[in-house]
Design a protein. Structure first.
Length: 208
């Protein structure tokens, strides 16, 4: 079995140390860093994403796999940078003002990283201005806006409007337990995702 397959398999099992070891072995064997990223780490993470969508795995498994991916990326990142491999874009993510929930947002961040994005997480309880400013500073292509309460969900509209009023042309996507496609259409966001794995797919499609 190839080293890349081993990386994907160990990542899906959440074996962070084994992922690191196989990434190093693949590099030592002269495998191109972007090949290790795409056919090893991202391949494994995308299978986890698909399984998560089908309810075959749950949040803990995704978190463990994402942690293993991070471990592999620690070794791979300097090599990717040295070989001039760029992320497909920057995504800014945050939870809206008044909302202190972050598990969903964190999962989305991991899935976005797993899809090849550079992720800037601005945290929880974020004012619309913070989304706009961070998106501008990082030349973000996508801004992910999260809310978990019906009472804070209305603050998503303010973020979408602030983004539109600014000269930042990042696409906005929203998600969270009470959020729906109908609400997305109502406030004029560019996209809605029902779960973290779909959010990564949506972000990629918004770039296309």
């Amino acid at each position: 079995m190839s080293e890349l397959q081993d990386i994907a398999d160990c990542l899906m099992k959440g074996k962070a140390n084994d992922v690191k070891e196989h990434v190093q072995k693949a590099l030592d064997a002269g495998t191109a860093p972007d090949k290790i990223l795409n056919e090893g780490l991202l391949a494994g993470m995308s299978i986890i994403g698909e399984r998560f969508k089908k309810n075959e795995v749950y949040v803990p498994e995704v978190l463990i796999a994402a942690r293993a991916m991070k471990a592999g990326m620690e070794i791979l990142q300097p090599e990717l940078a040295a070989s001039g491999v760029e992320p497909i874009g920057t995504a800014v993510i945050g939870t809206v003002k008044g909302d202190l929930h972050d598990i969903g947002k964190n999962l989305v961040g991991m899935m976005l990283e797993g899809a090849g994005f550079k992720v800037v997480d601005i945290g929880i309880d974020c004012e619309p201005e913070k989304f706009v400013q961070t998106a501008k500073e990082n030349k973000a292509k996508v801004v992910g806006i999260s809310a978990l309460l019906t009472t804070t969900m209305t603050n998503m509209k303010a973020v979408v409007e602030a983004m539109k009023a600014s000269d930042c042309n990042a696409k906005t996507m929203i998600g969270g337990a009470p959020v729906t496609q109908a609400y997305c259409d109502e406030i004029g966001a560019d996209g809605y995702a029902p779960d973290a794995a779909s959010a990564a797919d949506l972000a990629k499609s918004l770039l296309a």
